[in-house]
Design a protein around this ligand. Structure first.
Ligand SMILES: [Zn+2]
Length: 483
């Protein structure tokens, strides 16, 4: 029996009589006819016809044709000599299908990022969320504030659990390199959403500009992982002037509809003790420091909105109860159902659940089946508001990941599983089918320089899960759980 090996699985496949014999020579382009057909609605929809004479693809937009071509490449790569005739009619379930790479904890070269981008494009992902700033490093060249480049991009050493390295670690993307990635993604219909994480996760910024803190410092670029108490001061006007300066330059580099401004893991210890922050709360009538964070984010959200951009924030920014409704909320750790409440009230949500979609954790903790079976349609969101769930995102944080080879294993096949959750309708999704199809298309990934985890590692049995999880969390005590 012929099986159609495409990831993500197309939403409608109609088998037809006959076969198409794949020419032994020549390029794919020679036997694939492309047509723009404006009767096909949906910017991402496409049709793919395999007939005895050849393959025809059509779409209403060049983007649709690009996705059709990704399907053709997979069909050809997974067929031996011939393809049964069929008609595929396909379009995505969700408009936002993202992957995130943290380049702050460890720096990845432009060449390595291009490989990850090519891989994501193969699975019709359309957003690259680029985490460029954090406590352990700042990676965006900002000409107006050169200390970000000189001071914030360098940490004195690295101490992330299993990774100990003496000596400085540094990395910065020049504006030319940032634009190069934006252009590379645009050619693959991927939008780059850059993140400047604020007001927390800003040790690297404060190391260069301590005046924007509550206490005045001094500070240093963090060498360990964690959540740090020193964050940007919400009371000082100069903080906002600085932020808008930096964002202004970022907007000139990144043309994206969305700009991610973080808003996660920001302890309120310093704000509670800061005269400026307390004065701000009083002046604005804010009941507590969570609401002060809402105020902080809202100023940046409305500044961005005035420039035609939409802000994305991590879900902690909902806690003040006063978040600007135009912001998109990224759900990662939401124990109180705040994101469902937000969506039911008309707010937009991106789903990247920590326990299912975070790809920096070992397969022992987050096996492939767990990632695959997760349903992005949050159950507490009422049916008429499900449309407020924009889509899915698979993040990879890099405290423990230093190389592309390691990243490839952690992200694949899990990134592809999340891509399928974003594209394929729930009733057409099946974990066993996904695993089989993914293995068939693996040679296409390998050709890009991306080598997924071996299939025997995807779904470890219970004991292996316990052991693997323990080994991950106790890197300094390996002798306890040695083989
Ligand atoms: Zn303050």
């Amino acid at each position: 029996m012929y099986r159609c090996n495409i990831v993500p699985r197309p939403n409608q496949i109609q088998p037809k009589e006959g076969i198409f014999a794949i020419p032994r020579e020549g390029r794919i382009e020679d036997f694939v006819t492309r047509t723009i057909d404006t009767r096909i609605s949906g910017a991402e929809s496409y049709r793919l016809n395999v007939c005895p004479e050849g393959i025809t693809i059509s779409a209403g937009t060049p983007r649709g044709l690009f996705y059709a071509m990704q399907s053709v490449r997979q069909l050809i790569a997974t067929s031996v000599g011939q393809i049964p005739c069929m008609c595929i009619c396909d379009e995505p379930t969700y408009p936002y299908r993202a992957f995130m790479i943290d380049c702050a904890r460890h720096f990845f070269s432009v060449a390595d990022l291009k490989k990850m981008i090519d891989a994501a494009a193969l699975f019709k992902m359309n957003v690259f969320h680029w985490h460029l700033t954090d406590d352990q490093g700042w990676r965006i060249e900002i000409k107006e504030h050169p200390r970000l480049t000189k001071i914030s991009s360098v940490r004195a050493s690295s101490d992330f659990g299993g990774i100990h390295a003496d000596g400085p670690y540094e990395g910065i993307y020049t504006q030319g390199q940032l634009r190069e990635i934006v252009d590379y993604c645009a050619e693959r219909y991927i939008e780059v959403v850059p993140e400047f994480d604020m007001p927390g996760h800003t040790s690297a910024v404060l190391a260069a500009y301590p005046a924007f803190s509550c206490t005045g410092g001094p500070f240093y670029v963090q060498t360990k992982q964690g959540i740090f108490q020193d964050i940007l001061c919400a009371g000082k006007e100069e903080t906002f002037h600085f932020l808008f300066d930096v964002l202004e330059e970022m907007l000139s580099i990144f043309p994206s509809r969305y700009i991610h401004i973080g808003g996660d893991e920001a302890p309120k210890v310093r704000w509670k003790a800061c005269l400026d922050c307390q004065a701000r709360m009083k002046a604005e009538g804010l009941p507590d420091e969570q609401a002060l964070q809402g105020y902080f984010m809202n100023r940046v959200i409305s500044w961005l909105r005035a420039r035609g951009r939409t802000a994305v924030v991590w879900n902690e920014s909902l806690r003040g109860g006063n978040l600007d409704p135009s912001a998109v909320v990224q759900m990662w750790m939401d124990k109180n159902g705040e994101c469902a409440h937000w969506a039911n009230g008309g707010g937009k949500v991106i789903v990247s659940d920590f326990y299912h979609y975070y790809c920096d954790y070992p397969y022992a903790m987050t096996p492939l089946w767990k990632t695959y079976r997760y349903r992005p349609a949050l159950k507490d969101v009422r049916p008429i508001y499900q449309k407020n769930i924009l889509g899915v995102e698979a993040p990879v944080w890099t405290e423990y990941i230093e190389t592309l080879a390691h990243m490839s294993e952690m992200c694949y096949p899990r990134f592809a599983a999340v891509a399928e959750a974003g594209w394929t309708r729930e009733e057409r999704r099946n974990a066993g089918s996904f695993e089989r199809r993914f293995q068939m298309v693996t040679p296409l990934l390998a050709a890009l320089g991306i080598h997924p985890a071996a299939p025997q590692l995807w779904n470890p049995h219970s004991f292996a899960r316990l052991k693997g999880t323990a080994q991950f969390f106790l890197p300094k005590l390996p002798f306890i759980i040695r083989n």
